[in-house]
Design a protein around this ligand. Structure first.
Ligand code: LFR
Length: 477
């Protein structure tokens, strides 16, 4: 039978890709068609996403794929969580969506928390209270720009916004909305309690759809512009983490945890129901929706962002260090007499753009540790600290689930850093199964296949396992 060709538009916080997924009935073959930078823009003291440029790049990707003479069946977009844009009643985008690292939420966070304390946010939504969450951003927007109450017709989370620009259909896909702090814990719909307490209009939220829904087709005018035939638009597991976790080739689930390594590190397990105990809140866990409806209990750790931002600083200073060079440098001081200090990646110091080596230095001074001196030492400090925070989080998961975790699945681009995988095996004392690297993209494609009825939900993980290479790491003796 004929192969099915699908496009996964996988948008990360620093770059985006259009990936072609070819399903031949047996496995998925992935091919990168187009890659582009996704650079947030500072303007007027605020930080924005350049969504129209991103949309343009996605269109370029479709053009390239179509030129390769392939009959394309569908596309689906997945992105990071929490961010969104507004459209008016004419369907026009109101302004460039803000970046979750934008600081406009700072002025109103205290007011929000006096109306709805973090403990209650967690109780009601299952989401850990965090300033980047949609709920904080929306609350701030409506205070800064009260006219939005009149003018904004709908808010569309980032993947929903792109699906809307492609198809003209605006929905609220469940996995991406489960990062917002606005849904009721474990439910598909908004928490009216959260909305009422904060005076947020429920009308802004579109109709919910589960992950894996065909919502429409690429608009005729756009088909013409791109020189393509009809192309379905699928709301997949449109939160990148949901796509990544959908792809995990678990061998057995109850004793396995996952770490998804990208700009962020997401460390967690799947559970049937949200875990909203006091202990889970104190540890800083959050609950989000998985493809297929189960729950994901996880912690967001400020991940390779710290290294990326360090590299950006070095590049700006005219001393660029590539990913490969960074890995080699860290290897050169690993297992030597050098004892790297340990930083807490989730310390507020590391959450905003800026001089990371300087902040690591400040952290070490504050905690009475010796500062890393060379680039190699700085990189090892970051990687080692990430591995330590993973290990701590795995212990917390064991305490919360009452389950001994025997295996950790690491997925995402960050696992190309083999030292990070080995340090994680060493720090946790567990077996690591690494792969797939392209977790979000392959998960995105697999969920599209289920939406099209070509693959059953229960077959997704085996399909991914057949389609990728896995490697194992064991703790050093
Ligand atoms: C990872 C991710 C995390 C989310 C963070 C911010 O890319 O989607 O799951 O919490 O980005 O949106």
């Amino acid at each position: 039978s004929d192969a099915i060709n699908l496009l996964a538009m996988d948008l990360g916080a620093s770059s985006g890709r259009v990936m072609l997924g070819v399903y031949d009935g047996e496995s998925i073959h992935l091919e990168e068609i187009h890659r582009f930078a996704n650079q947030p823009v500072q303007a007027g003291g605020h930080l924005y996403w350049d969504v129209l440029r991103i949309f343009h790049e996605m269109k370029q990707g479709i053009r390239k794929a179509a030129k390769a003479q392939r009959a394309l069946t569908a596309l689906s977009v997945d992105t990071w969580g929490v961010d969104y844009g507004y459209i008016d009643s004419q369907g026009q985008l109101l302004y460039s969506p803000h970046h979750y690292r934008d600081q406009r939420t700072a002025a109103s966070a205290g007011i929000l928390e006096s109306l709805l304390p973090p403990e209650e946010q967690f109780q009601l939504s299952g989401n850990q209270s965090a300033r980047i969450n949609t709920v904080y951003q929306l609350f701030a927007d409506l205070r800064i720009s009260p006219w939005l109450r009149e003018t904004a017709d709908k808010m569309l989370m980032m993947p929903d916004l792109f699906h809307y620009l492609f198809s003209g259909v605006g929905v609220a896909e469940q996995t991406i909305w489960s990062t917002s702090g606005l849904l009721s814990a474990g439910g598909a719909g908004p928490s009216l309690e959260v909305l009422n307490r904060l005076g947020l209009p429920v009308e802004l939220i579109p109709a919910p759809v589960p992950a894996g829904t065909v919502i429409g087709s690429v608009l005729p005018a756009l088909q013409e512009e791109l020189g393509i035939g009809p192309l379905k638009v699928i709301a997949g597991a449109s939160h990148d983490t949901a796509s990544a976790v959908a792809s995990i080739p678990y061998i057995s689930k109850p004793d396995a945890a996952f770490i998804s390594c990208g700009t962020w590190s997401l460390v967690g397990m799947e559970s049937e129901q949200p875990v909203i105990t006091e202990l889970a809140r104190e540890y800083g866990f959050t609950n989000e929706s998985c493809y297929g409806g189960s729950n994901r209990l996880l912690k967001n750790i400020t991940g390779l962002w710290i290294l990326q931002e360090t590299q950006r600083g070095w590049a700006d200073a005219g001393e660029p260090v590539s990913h490969q060079e960074a890995a080699l440098l860290a290897q050169s001081v690993h297992r030597t007499a050098y004892a790297a200090p340990v930083i807490d990646p989730n310390d507020a110091l590391f959450s905003t753009p800026g001089d990371m080596p300087g902040r690591i230095e400040a952290y070490c001074t504050r905690t009475g540790q010796t500062q890393p001196q060379t680039k190699a030492e700085i990189i090892l400090t970051i990687l080692n600290s990430l591995a330590f925070s993973y290990a701590e989080t795995i212990k917390e998961l064991e305490a919360l689930s009452g389950q001994i975790i025997r295996r950790i699945h690491m997925v995402g681009g960050g696992i190309q850093n083999v030292l990070l995988c080995q340090l994680t095996a060493d720090a946790t004392g567990k077996e690591i199964v690494a792969g797939p690297v392209e977790a979000s993209a392959i998960g995105n494609i697999a969920v599209q296949l289920t939406a099209l009825g070509a693959v059953h939900t229960s077959e997704v993980r085996e399909l991914v396992a057949r389609s990728c290479t896995l490697s194992s790491y064991y703790p050093a003796l």
